[in-house]
Design a protein around this ligand. Structure first.
Ligand code: GLN
Length: 207
């Protein structure tokens, strides 16, 4: 990617010194950590509630939302995470992470953070299209369409008034949304080389 993207800042810090946590209980947290490090953020793997006090933003990775929910409850991450969200910490969930953030997930068997006013349907694209890729026009993102990878992806089916849709598929399915400093994407920006979504997330801290 040859485009020059202006460096973003987070809570007065530049991307280079913002400390960004990635919930490392299950899923593809390592890929998020390496993307963050590549763009100059100080990225740490978060597994204990007290680590949430040491970060400026948090990413919940893709993986399996039932497992992430179960482990987050077991390690007592959820109350502290809710407190940090109330304090305005930016949090981004990708795929299973988006499910973890949603307040309304029909039939989900395990505890979730439930901090974002969206409803999501798990595995919403059916068996035949377990995985697919799509080029998205993303609100607020310049340059060519964003090439997104979907793996047993959820769909955002309902959202409160203050939730902004950032991207939809051609059939109108909402696959990226923002509510204040909370970001949810159905797809996996950590699995591609395009780091524009990570930069967009880091820029939320200064708005
Ligand atoms: N289908 C998974 C779930 O419900 C999410 C898949 C993913 O993160 N790639 O948790």
């Amino acid at each position: 990617m040859s485009k020059i993207i202006p460096s973003s800042s987070l809570g007065g810090k530049t991307t280079a010194n913002a400390r960004v946590g990635v919930l490392g209980l299950q899923g593809d947290f390592a890929e998020h950590l390496s993307t963050l490090r590549r763009i100059g953020a100080d990225a740490i793997d978060v597994r204990r509630p007290e680590q949430l006090d040491d970060i400026d933003a948090l990413i919940i990775p893709g993986g399996e939302s039932t497992t992430i929910g179960k482990l987050a409850a077991r390690y007592e991450i959820i109350p502290k995470l809710r407190e940090r969200v109330r304090e305005g910490m930016p949090v981004w969930g990708t795929c299973a992470g988006a499910i973890f953030l949603a307040k309304d997930v029909p039939g989900h068997p395990h505890p979730l953070a439930a901090v974002m006013d969206i409803a999501v349907e798990r595995n919403a694209f059916g068996r035949q299209v377990d995985s697919f890729e799509a080029d998205l026009d993303v609100k607020g993102m310049s340059g060519e369409p964003y090439h997104a990878v979907f793996i047993r992806a959820p769909k955002i089916t309902k959202a409160a008034k203050d939730v902004e849709t950032l991207a939809t598929l051609d059939d109108g399915s909402v696959v990226a949304a923002r509510q204040g400093k909370l970001l949810a994407t159905s797809f996996h920006p950590e699995l591609t080389r395009d780091d524009r979504f990570h930069r967009l997330f880091l820029s939320l801290g200064k708005r």
